[in-house]
Design a protein around this ligand. Structure first.
Ligand SMILES: Nc1ncnc2c1ncn2[C@@H]1O[C@H](COP(=O)(O)OP(=O)(O)O)[C@@H](O)[C@H]1O
Ligand SMILES: [Mg+2]
Length: 225
């Protein structure tokens, strides 16, 4: 499923110069096809997270439209959008979002539980994903026992549990050493190669070596890098 954004923008209220608002993201077109991995670079505060959240159905744009296939994300009701997001869009948010009272395996199953019962099949798939991301032996551990790299892999496995068509990653290698950074990038490349459309915003210079598309966010304006 391809993702297309038409002239999406986000204004926030803040006194900047003579105005009471500013564009965190200026009106932007963007397309991402299945099987492609896109990387957006940009310094802190340039609008990357705002852009990603609009693309992912988490933040209503001030203007413009986001289409996933034929579905117009923000034309749906909140309830419809939540269900659609859960099924279609995987998200690896910035920082750690593990639920501390659940095991690693249970954390991964959370997105699958929200709209359905856990089948034996899902349970097996979760274990398979843990093996894929290289933490199969940690399924019964608690998240706080994991290293930064292991927590990141857990977040990746969780984002994949519902087999999303789109995967959005906000600085997925943020706090990782070189070796873990490379293995996470390889993993995201494999996800794209299996047909998912992957978009990553990052500071990581290595990321471009795994990308089909490289862009740059600068003061809310998205440009080809
Ligand atoms: N809810 C908000 N209200 C007002 N300003 C915001 C809000 N969210 C983000 N911003 C501002 O928008 C700009 C872009 O933020 P963000 O998208 O988080 O940047 P990045 O992810 O590139 O670091 C920043 O100047 C930030 O302070
Ligand atoms: Mg950010």
């Amino acid at each position: 499923m391809d993702l297309t954004a038409h002239q999406i923008s986000k204004k926030f209220n803040r006194r900047v110069g003579g105005a009471n608002w500013f564009y965190a993201v200026q009106p932007t077109d963007f397309t991402l096809e299945s099987g492609k991995l896109a990387v957006i670079y940009g310094r802190s505060g340039s609008g990357k997270t705002t852009f990603l959240n609009m693309i992912g159905g988490l933040l209503q744009p001030s203007g413009g439209r986001v289409l996933l296939g034929d579905t117009d994300l923000y034309a749906m009701s909140d309830k419809e959008l939540s269900a659609f997001r859960n099924k279609t869009i995987g998200m690896i948010p910035q920082g750690s979002t593990a639920l501390g009272s659940l095991t690693v395996l249970e954390n991964i199953l959370v997105p699958a539980m929200i709209y359905g019962k856990i089948s034996a099949e899902k349970d097996n798939y979760a274990k398979e994903l843990l093996d894929t991301v290289g933490i199969g032996l940690l399924s019964d551990a608690m998240p706080q026992e994991l290293s930064g790299g292991e927590q990141r892999r857990m977040a990746i496995a969780r984002s994949l549990i519902n087999s999303p068509e789109i995967l959005l990653c906000d600085e997925p290698t943020g706090d990782l050493d070189d070796e873990n950074t490379r293995s996470v990038l390889e993993l995201l490349r494999e996800v794209a190669d299996k047909g998912t459309a992957v978009l990553m915003v990052t500071h990581e210079p290595e990321a471009k070596n795994y990308a089909n598309i490289v862009m740059k966010m600068d003061g809310g304006a998205l440009k080809n890098a």
